[in-house]
Ligand binder design. Structure first.
Ligand SMILES: [Zn+2]
Length: 310
């Protein structure tokens, strides 16, 4: 079996304006570096077109219409204070959603064992009715709905290790017992949600808030709670909201992880995925704003995925 990497040049045309941390270089450095991995088990794919109904299950139709009308013909447009779109954002945001659908199909059709989507814009802050925090469509949420609807699965786990709480993903699945949402994040911090009293209507949300300054050892100890919850839930498929901004060098937050920690957390999760869901895992890029840290950390993450694709 193999590991899929899904990416698109279109995501480079999502222009967020000068000096914005969520910039095209993020994906360029990741892709450039992954291309250096000489491993015949790495399969490169582009996003395919998808049925818009999966986007419409995730977001309110009026929100989707509003976003579509907002893409400017030229210049930039602000969906919220820090979520900026340009003419190229239309295709980029659609292909970001398409990437997770392409990756899921690849895993379900046994083209590869697992996959990583190196795309932008990210998605986990986007709520059913709201763009937020650099996110337009909630890519990982569309992926989970796609697994439920197209493949008729009943138990999807989303693990969000981005340093920020994925308020959007939590919002979308708060009342949905078929989807377990687990997040580790700096707290209190942007976006303000993610306290451990937010548990989901069916106890299907686990928030693991961590103070600024949390070290590798403390983080990996806390991650044991993620694994424990995952075992209890017994998922049929695991999705990663893979943000790498918990890295110690990241300019937007204050956790202290090293690049290698992303290898460890991925490997520990995949050990369970192998036992519980035949190793079916799809990961999609969220945050990560120090280019060097992002390059190293994504390579560690993909190294672990490749180990399990043997
Ligand atoms: Zn983040």
């Amino acid at each position: 079996m193999k590991t899929g990497i899904v990416t698109n040049d279109t995501c480079l045309n999502h222009d967020t304006g000068h000096g914005h941390p969520e910039r095209a270089d993020r994906v360029s450095v990741i892709v450039e570096n992954l291309k250096k991995i000489k491993n015949k088990n790495l399969v490169w794919k582009k996003s395919k077109k998808f049925d818009p109904k999966y986007l419409e299950i995730t977001h309110n139709i009026n929100y989707i219409k509003k976003v579509k009308k907002s893409f400017p013909k030229k210049g930039l447009f602000f969906l919220d204070g820090d979520t900026i779109i340009s003419p190229g954002s239309k295709e980029a945001s659609s292909d970001a959603v398409g990437s997770i659908i392409t990756a899921i199909d690849g895993v379900q059709n046994k083209e590869f064992q697992n996959a990583f989507c190196a795309v932008r814009p990210p998605g986990h802050h986007a709520e059913k009715n709201k763009a937020m925090g650099f996110c337009i469509y909630n890519n990982v949420a569309v992926g989970a709905h796609y697994l439920l609807e197209k493949y008729k699965l009943n138990k999807i786990a989303i693990i969000d290790f981005d340093v920020h709480h994925g308020n959007g993903t939590q919002d979308i699945f708060y009342n949905n017992e078929k989807v377990l949402y687990i997040s580790t994040h700096q707290y209190p911090y942007y976006p303000g949600t993610g306290g451990n009293n937010e548990k989901g209507k069916h106890n299907n949300v686990l928030n693991i808030p961590l103070p600024a300054g949390t070290t590798s050892e403390e983080y990996l100890n806390a991650y044991e709670h993620v694994l424990k919850k995952l075992k209890q839930f017994n998922p049929e498929f695991i999705l990663f909201s893979a943000g790498f901004d918990a890295h110690k060098d990241d300019p937007l937050a204050q956790l202290q992880l090293t690049s290698k920690d992303f290898y460890h957390l991925t490997k520990r999760t995949l050990n369970l995925a192998k036992l519980y869901c035949e190793g079916k895992v799809v990961s999609i890029l969220e945050g990560g704003y120090d280019l060097n840290a992002l390059k190293e950390s994504t390579t560690m993450h993909v190294d672990a995925l490749l180990e399990f694709s043997k």
